[in-house]
Structures are given as C-alpha cells and as structure tokens.
Design a protein around this ligand. Sequence first.
Ligand code: ADP
Ligand code: MG
Length: 226
Amino acid sequence: MSEHVLQIKNLHMHYEQGGKVLSILKGANFALEKGETVALVAPSGTGKSTLLHVAGLLEKPSEGEVLIGGIATSSLDDNARTAMRRSDIGFVYQFHHLLPEFTALENVMMPQMIAGLSYKEAAERSGQLLEYLRIGDRATHRPSELSGGEQQRVAIARSVANAPLLLLADEPTGNLDPETAGYVFGALKALVRQSGLSALIATHNHDIAAMMDRRVTLQDGHVVSF
Ligand code: ADP
Ligand code: MG
C-alpha cells in the first residue's frame, strides 16, 4: 500500500460574494505520495490558492476531508489543527511574509523556537538550512536588505525548519525574474529531494512544472492530471 502524505476527498469550497454563491472547488480529489513532487498548474482564479490553503489547514472547506499523514482533519479542533500545521506542514507564499524586524537567521529560527527547540539548536539548524540554500552569508541581514530571490530562499528555509511531512508552495517564484526563479526552484527541489519531503507547488512556470514528478490542473472545481 502506498503511503499518502496528503489526501483530499470530495472537497467543496463555496464563497459568498455579493449575495451570490461562488463554487470554486466542486468535489475535488487528490493524493500525494511520500517523496512525491507535484506541480499545480492552472489559470489565475481557478482555485489554486484555495486548494493549497485548505490542504495546509489554513482554511476549512465547505465540505469534504483533508487527511495529513493518514489522519482526517475535519473533526480536529483548532488547537489540534494548529499543532498539526506547525509540525507537519511547511507553507511558502508568493510573497515571502518574512518578519521585517528580524534577521534571516531569526526568521528561520522562529518556528523551531515555537516548537520548543533551544536557541542553540534552532540557530544551528537554521544556519545549516541557509548554508544549504547558499545564503549562509546573508544570515544577519534583515529581509529589506535581501534580494527577491534571497528573500524567497529564506522563506523556503523557514518553511522546512520544522522538518514537515508536506511542503505546500503557492507560486513561490511568481515574483522573480526567470533566471532567479530557476535558481530558487532548483534550491527548493534539491531540499525536497534531500529531505524526502512531499511537495505540491502551484506555478505558472512550465519549465518548473516539467521538473516535478507529475502535473495536475484545476478544471471546473476538480483536480485533473495532464
Ligand atoms: P488562484 O490561486 O488559482 O488564482 P484563488 O484560489 O485565489 O485562485 O481564487 C479562486 C476564486 O475564488 C477567485 O475567483 C477568487 O476571487 C475567489 N475567492 C478566493 N478567496 C475568496 C474569499 N475569501 N471570498 C470570496 N471569494 C474568494
Ligand atoms: Mg493564487
């Protein structure tokens, strides 16, 4: 039996907008195996961010089930969802969302400190991650003192700081020029491979999508392979 890190079952998401109901997900199903990388490629407005937010336990679906590491999440309370999000899921946004008043190293350390690691342990692992992503020499810089590509690499380091099972990335290279995007994505992919992570990555970049194990799209509220 294959081991599923993420399973999405009969997922519905409806939004109310100006008295009208907008159905974005209409019974979507999807499964991600351990160690697998999948690109989510679909036009703007089709529900990529919605799907990633629901999969990442940042939003609750209107209907359906999300399983993380085989555990159904719909009946978990908010504390249990938050705990699972912190330990099992890494999220990378299109905009880095780094804390501006902290250094690169401190931004990567933050989730580990919250998880209970000592300052020393967190600093050590964070330093290693930044080295691995080749921005070790930027560790003491604040986000505003980093380039876009460097900021995204810090955000990637932060997302995997707690050694999650699952990495979700929402157009992580969407704001970068093609060359930087290729470099940042290469670093992301190497990290995913090295740590045995599973990843679902929304992207508009077809070169990036081609480097993943498989590709899916969103069609009329369903996840479809292509
Ligand atoms: P994508 O990431 O593929 O561009 P999104 O998941 O962001 O798509 O959005 C899908 C659709 O859902 C869009 O039409 C968007 O306007 C709508 N939508 C997203 N979030 C909300 C919300 N909180 N309230 C109302 N509509 C929303
Ligand atoms: Mg989006």
